[in-house]
Design a protein around this ligand. Structure first.
Ligand code: SF4
Ligand code: SF4
Length: 181
């Protein structure tokens, strides 16, 4: 990627956020075979309901939040806009406020993740390392296998922080986040 493109991206709200690329909002995205062929790197493509999908977190996402294949990114990535981005683009929320919301979202996710990891005993603890939802899933798996090892207070604390994060995502990014389809 050229310096120019990376520089332009680094000014954007999405580069500070990445939640729709890093596996937080979605675990997969729709992709065509031609798009998959164009992407370099370690992407995982699979079929679901007879349609091609790419597994998230996306390996094209850089540590700096920039897309490593910005000019070649799939149509799904070109067209997706969360509520916050739409509001920001039409001037309904200033950049500084939108960036503050993104910062809060990351802090809430970190808090929910560490609360779930703290509450998880045994080998399941290692499995919850990617995001808050995974950490919560690992905690619930541990509870179903070893209920006697779960500290009730720590479990409730983890649930509280996770639900707080989920509500904030629904409010600002994606109203149907983690709702039954
Ligand atoms: S969730 Fe919204 S603000 Fe965040 S990267 Fe995706 S489109 Fe951009
Ligand atoms: S290809 Fe780029 S925009 Fe699409 S999910 Fe990956 S990092 Fe995000």
């Amino acid at each position: 990627m050229s310096f120019t493109v990376r520089f332009i991206l680094s000014d954007g709200l999405c580069v500070s956020c990445s939640l729709c690329c890093n596996g937080t909002l979605f675990s997969r995205l729709a992709i065509s075979q031609q798009e998959a062929d164009r992407l370099e790197g370690d992407i995982e493509v699979f079929t679901r309901n007879e349609k091609l999908r790419m597994r998230l977190p996306c390996p094209q996402l850089g540590n700096d939040g920039a897309c490593g294949c910005y000019l070649q990114r799939p149509k799904t990535c070109r067209t997706y806009r969360c509520q916050l981005l739409k509001r920001n683009e039409r001037g309904a929320i200033p950049n500084a406020d939108a960036l503050a919301i993104v910062k809060d979202l990351h802090a809430m996710q970190d808090k929910a993740k560490s609360a779930a990891i703290d509450a998880t005993p045994g080998p399941e603890r290692r499995k919850g390392n990617t995001n808050a939802a995974q950490a919560m899933r690992a905690l619930k798996t541990a509870r179903s296998k070893h209920p006697e090892e779960i500290d009730k207070y720590l479990f409730q604390n983890a649930e509280f922080h996770f639900e707080t994060f989920v509500r904030y995502v629904r409010l600002h990014l994606q109203p149907n986040f983690r709702k039954e389809k």
